[in-house]
Design a protein around this ligand. Structure first.
Ligand SMILES: [Zn+2]
Ligand SMILES: [Zn+2]
Length: 253
């Protein structure tokens, strides 16, 4: 059982429930914390609309006041969008977010024409060495340039050099997600990441309220890895996030 679920979606991207539905589901599931982390604005089909972000953040703050039994954290699931390490975290709102998740997704609107080569590479030449190098650079440079708390579903839809990414994540303190929708890494991958000093976080990636708090599909691969549960930061208690703002939600300010 997780203490909190730090990756959930609502109708602000392509989830089926509202912010309040996710919060109520989290309470019903016995969670102590929930983060709402809708898709970053450059996701073509599912991205949150920039103009709706103030409303999104306002709604999360209202939930914080309305449901004192749970800490409600504001977040985003940003996208890796260039090999230079750009992510679509909206700068103007960055200081209002408690937690930043970032992942690779298909269907991202590139910032520059050259970025399309990186993004399309995962569709047209998925197994080429150059695609792997570009993906790895995108992850590693993004980790260096941005305070990313969690890498969502690493390796899903894109091949990366896991050793290079794990080294960068461990150095920065970025958590590796065990995603409740997708098993994207093997037990051996997890053992490698742990040997590099990485820590893990269990999240649902719920796109429906009734999936909040669910990450059962990871149980088997985690058991196979033989790694100790202490390496999962949200089993025994609340994890630390880089901005330190989650404390504000936890104190219900
Ligand atoms: Zn995702
Ligand atoms: Zn997600």
């Amino acid at each position: 059982m997780m203490y909190g679920d730090y990756h959930t979606h609502t109708t602000y991207s392509h989830g089926t429930g509202g912010v309040e539905d996710n919060v109520k589901a989290a309470i019903a599931a016995g969670l102590r914390e929930i983060a709402v982390t809708d898709h970053g604005p450059r996701h073509l089909l599912a991205g949150i609309k920039l103009r709706r972000i103030p409303e999104y953040l306002g709604e999360i703050e209202r939930m914080r006041a309305a449901y004192p039994e749970i800490a409600v954290l504001s977040g985003i699931e940003a996208n890796f969008i260039s090999v230079r390490g750009d992510i679509d975290l909206p700068e103007e709102y960055a200081d209002r977010l408690d937690v930043v998740v970032c992942g690779y997704h298909k269907g991202i609107r590139p910032m520059k024409a050259g970025d399309a080569v990186y993004l399309l590479g995962n569709l047209v030449s998925k197994n080429s060495k150059r695609t792997l190098v570009r993906n790895t650079d995108a992850y590693v440079n993004a980790l260096a340039r941005n305070d990313i708390d969690i890498i969502s579903h690493p390796c899903h839809d894109c091949r990366i050099d896991l050793r290079a990414v794990g080294t960068a994540a461990a150095e920065k303190g970025t958590l590796i997600e065990l995603n409740g929708k997708r098993v994207s890494m093997s037990a051996d991958d997890l053992v490698l990441l742990a040997s590099l000093g990485c820590k893990f976080i269990l999240d649902s990636d719920a796109h429906r309220p009734d999936r909040v708090g669910c990450a059962d599909i990871q149980t088997e691969v985690w058991k196979q890895s033989g790694l100790p549960d202490e390496l999962i930061v949200n089993l025994a208690g609340a994890p630390h996030f880089m901005r330190g703002k989650a404390e504000r939600a936890r104190r219900r300010e």
